[in-house]
Design a protein around this ligand. Structure first.
Ligand code: ADP
Length: 304
């Protein structure tokens, strides 16, 4: 395997995920560097699209591993798109990241493909709250802020009255939200399937702490290795593929009617999954990159 030149787009060079990717890539004989996407600047021209960083032009990269935080999606994906314009391969394409980050759009795309998801409603106006609650099967309901993450902005409304109040409160703050059937039988647990290429390479179950329905580790949940069913495997791979993601964390709830996809994350963290499963997920990402017939875009410029 020849040495590959790989760039990681991330604002968190000291995070577990970035450190592991650099460590693993270097061990495999590649040159791996991290760039803060907000510090990149670009020349958007047809004949010489370029990306610059600290007065240096970033050229001749074989692949980019984007780890763009949700807070910088707009600029981060623009930088990634610029690499793509120059012919550089991105493990997750900018368009796929944008699709997965727009929760409503992602839901629509996955639903169209027939992928199981909790019954979900969305509205602009709260005028017909009653009907909307009925559409989602009535209380209990989960109400989620569209822009939320790490379980913040996810509320369980046990009664219709509570659901109405939460929806009215969110609306008065001009926030968009989803209303979702509560999958009670999931028992406060969800399954994170880590997809690389077209395989689930590792999976963990996250269990909410006592008295909590959100299993996010940030909400005090804990993670352990889990063996998933063939149907869960198929669902996770199809969800990532449908959104065009090659590295994805697909979050699934176990329901009485089979797996329900809750979310597809385009920058899944490595710490929880590697520590709970003992699987070298960083290596799986490099194996995938190495397995591709990478068309290296060497311009006539010097390697920098
Ligand atoms: P975030 O993206 O902020 O993490 P999620 O949509 O993943 O928000 O929800 C946080 C947690 O709440 C999930 O990990 C899951 O444990 C729980 N949860 C979310 N939606 C449902 C649902 N419809 N039914 C049951 N539990 C849910």
């Amino acid at each position: 395997m020849r040495e590959l030149k790989i760039g990681i787009l991330s604002r968190l060079p000291d995070s577990y995920s970035c450190k592991r990717l650099v460590e693993e890539g270097t061990k495999r004989g590649h040159k791996v560097e991290i760039f803060d996407p907000l510090k990149c600047y670009m020349n958007i021209s047809a004949n010489n699209p370029s990306v610059h960083y600290m007065e240096r032009e970033l050229i001749n990269f074989d692949a980019i591993i984007p780890r763009v935080a949700t807070s910088v999606t707009f600029y981060g994906t623009a930088v990634l798109r610029q690499f793509e314009m120059g012919g550089t391969f991105s493990v997750n394409p900018s368009g796929a990241i944008l699709k997965s980050r727009d929760k409503l759009r992602a839901h629509q795309i996955l639903a169209r493909k027939g992928i199981g998801m909790p019954v979900t409603g969305f509205a602009h106006s709260t005028e017909k709250i009653d009907d909307m609650i009925g559409l989602c099967g009535g209380a209990p309901l989960v109400i989620k802020l569209l822009e939320g993450s790490q379980g913040k902005g996810v509320v369980l409304a046990e009664t219709k009255k509570a659901a109405e109040s939460v929806m009215e409160a969110f609306k008065s703050l001009n926030a968009y939200f989803l209303v979702q059937e509560f999958i009670k039988e999931a028992g406060g647990a969800d399954i994170r399937c880590f997809v690389v290429g077209d395989k689930v390479v590792a999976s963990m179950k996250r269990q909410a702490k006592e008295g909590e329905f959100r299993s996010n580790l940030h909400s005090g949940g804990y993670a352990e290795k889990i063996k998933i069913t063939p149907e869960e495997r198929k669902t996770a791979v199809l969800a990532a593929k449908t959104l065009g993601l090659k590295v994805a964390g697909v979050d699934i709830l176990r329901s009485n009617d089979g797996p329900k996809v809750m979310e597809v994350n385009s920058s899944p963290g490595l710490e929880g999954i590697e520590t709970s499963t003992g699987i070298n997920v960083a290596a799986k990402i490099f194996e995938y990159i190495e397995s591709l017939e990478l068309k290296v875009h060497h311009s006539d410029k010097q390697r920098c």
